[in-house]
Ligand binder design. Structure first.
Ligand code: MG
Length: 378
């Protein structure tokens, strides 16, 4: 692997929580990537919602396919920037491990339930839960809990964290108290996540018939690529046309990110990962022009897709399901004040897949909720 001097070097890792002999034939970050890939939390992503609930059909994105798309985009950029591809991949594959069933609706409901019982609880946040899974909740090794990943992988998994929560998490969360950046690989994974979901949500929304492509045609990048595709392939069917446009939009963001990041590394005179960590702001990013395009696309999706009546209808049912499961599980534990038990219930619910949660809810509360009809996909 051809690494720049500001990339994360596997041989110079700050180490694992528990010392282990190095692996023969695999670097530390390769080993982390493999451990994530073999975890049960990773397999569960197959049946967890991205935007559409799992009962909707087989042709939309799940958290698993989303994570693979994030990884593809990030690795492409990492190679161009001479960053560590193994660390980048480990981060992308693990970045959504902590999500509850039913996506953000599930997280919102679980957080609210926890805060209601204990206002001082940290509540539920999927980034912190992802770290909790790789540090503690995976139980497959004889000598330690969790996956015993390297510091750099754990640091990158913890994308966001409040100061209060950071104080309880030790050195891996210190930057949320003192300021500073994670590795470039972590910054890159974060933006690759945005590139992936903005575009695949647009694609899923169009194929589900919730969005109309003409509506997105006030964003300069969308206009530009639509003109190119219409000129190259006049009369092409709508699905192929949309795919050709969306793949060009992704490509344009990737090209922009690589160029803008190279420029900012040069301007900031970054020579090492320590320079990256100490720098006053993130170094991986888009140009001003592309940032505005990204924001426009996000605003469009927020308004037209995530707040679409069909999506909202599913969201409200999902919140009810999580709340009912939580209340029943807490009542059974009969211990409202024990913060450890509260966390145990949250861990159990967060680990459920969409269909596990829906099936359990139907068993405990027959016909109490009614899921909206699935949307059709083309
Ligand atoms: Mg994601």
């Amino acid at each position: 692997m051809n690494l720049s001097n500001y990339a994360a070097d596997s041989a110079l890792t700050k180490g694992r929580r528990f010392n282990e002999p190095v692996s023969l034939g695999r670097s530390n970050f390769q080993r982390d990537r493999d451990r994530v890939l073999h975890s049960s939390a990773f397999r569960r992503l197959m049946h967890k919602t991205q935007v559409f609930i799992n009962h909707e059909g087989d042709l939309f994105r799940t958290r698993l396919t989303h994570s693979l798309e994030v990884s593809q985009i990030a690795r492409t950029c990492a190679r161009r920037l001479f960053l560590n591809e193994d660390l980048t991949e480990a981060l992308c594959l693990s970045h959504d491990l902590g999500h509850t069933p039913f996506g953000h609706a599930g997280q919102f409901a679980l957080n609210k339930c926890m805060k209601k019982i204990d206002a001082n609880s940290n509540g539920f946040e999927h980034n912190i839960q992802s770290l909790r899974i790789v540090d503690l909740l995976e139980c497959k090794y004889a000598e330690f809990d969790g996956l015993n990943l390297c510091y750099e992988t754990r640091e990158g998994i913890l994308k966001r964290c409040s100061k209060t929560a950071a104080k309880k998490l030790g050195s891996v969360a210190q930057r949320f108290i003192d300021g500073g950046n994670p590795s470039l690989e972590a910054q890159l994974s974060n933006l690759a996540d945005e590139i992936a979901y903005n575009h695949h949500d647009l694609d899923d929304g169009l194929r589900a018939g919730l969005l109309n492509f003409e509506e997105v045609l006030y964003i300069p990048e969308a206009i530009k690529h639509t003109k190119i595709v219409n000129k190259l392939f006049p009369g092409i069917d709508e699905n192929r046309r949309n795919s050709e446009i969306i793949r060009r939009m992704i490509n344009a963001q990737v090209e922009d990110l690589v160029f803008a990041t190279k420029t900012s590394l040069l301007h900031a005179d970054i020579k090492s990962i320590e320079d990256v960590r100490c720098y006053s702001k993130p170094l991986v990013g888009f140009s001003g022009y592309m940032k505005e395009n990204v924001n426009q696309l996000k605003r469009f999706l927020h308004e037209k897709m995530y707040k679409h009546p069909t999506v909202l209808e599913m969201t409200f049912v999902a919140e009810d399901v999580i709340k009912n499961l939580f209340d029943k599980m807490i009542n059974e534990k009969n211990s409202y004040t024990d913060s450890q038990l509260l966390r145990l219930v949250a861990d159990s619910i967060a680990a459920m897949t969409d269909r596990h949660a829906a099936t359990l809810h139907e068993k405990w509360f027959p016909r109490k909720v009614s899921w909206p009809s699935p949307v059709g996909f083309v």
